[in-house]
Design a protein around this ligand. Sequence first.
Ligand SMILES: [Zn+2]
Length: 426
Amino acid sequence: MKFTCKVSVVSVDISRTSHASPKPCHSTVGLGHHGPEKKSSSGEVSSQPLYLKICSGKNKQGTRYKATSNVRAMFHRFAMSQGRATVSLHHPKVDIHFSEAQPGELCQFLTILRLPPEKQKRIENLASLSDLTVAKKAVRKFVADSFAEYRTALPKLPETLEQLRAVSIGLVEIDIRIMRLALLRYLDLSKNSLTALPVDMSWPGSLTQLDLSHNKLTSVPPEFCCSTLATSLINLNLSNNAIESLPDMLCTFKALLVLDVSHCKITRLPHILGDLKQLRRLDISHNQLKYLPKSLTMLRMEELSMAGVLFDPVMLSRRNWPPPNTWTVPSLMDLAATAVVCNRIAVVHNQLPWLIHSYLKSALSCECGRPIFLNGLSCLTVHTFKGVAASVQRNQDQYGEPIETGACSQRCFERFRHKLYPLPAL
Ligand SMILES: [Zn+2]
């Protein structure tokens, strides 16, 4: 087998006396037999030891190390997922540091090294090391300056690509060929003319940053939130689009640290936005929001920008509004869901249909603390958001932001009436 990564070889004696270690250089690493395989008359492969060979730009001939029965130790436990490992040899006494390797290839390599000699002999398809050459440096970044360049390069982009920028080139759709770039971490398609997000697409599983700002997107389909992105994405920029609403499923992006949906046309945020517990920066400014979800008050962030979220002056004047006549007998589903929430019954999400899961999540909470499902009154109250983020950008002349709350019964409505406001018409 062979793979490419950065390699530095440090002599153990030198490493003890000097702090300077050689700079890692781009190399091809091969693991196999030295010379062609010899077969005995019975057809069995003779017991040749395995060798490890490292070729680089500076050392094109490569250096060969015996691998079979020569590995002193391997260190990879916490670093293999980042493509790093160290192999220490007996003869010569060196530490070989591997970095920027593909985790799958590195894992396969270390697995073979770890095998006892008699099992190593049985591995097939190990290439001969005599013809190992230096591989070209992997292309990791591509920036398209024009649509013609993007269209020509896209089919040929290597699977090792980690960053792709195609900004202001007049794209109208996301090409499905981007999805084969399995190592893609950063995708910037901002300042184009994208009108929709693809729904039947398997996004690269390693994508952590996605910038789709300054496009013409009008919606975020729930399928987008159910994709592989749900576990990988940490930075999502959808600002400066024409998005009118965000799906509840957005809350499946559990790894999200930064979410920017500013300068859109959003009228209402997902009720369970506060489920994004990892969130550190949230920008919801300059939308058409008339109130915010209460769950947002549970977050602890570094930055929250919500300039432009205003209390409707007409609504403010409606203090001490007349009691609505909406109290009805609760349904069995409501009673069951209330019991689940009040008794803190553990809910295993992946064992429940999404519909029931989202119904349980849909509860507003009354000022008395009880959950409200369908039976109850949705209304607003005021929250100052002081403790939600270290830096809060908001309208200066406002004493607080409107958040969604509720009253579970007529009794609670009368009790908290002084701080409740009716929901505005959207
Ligand atoms: Zn209540």
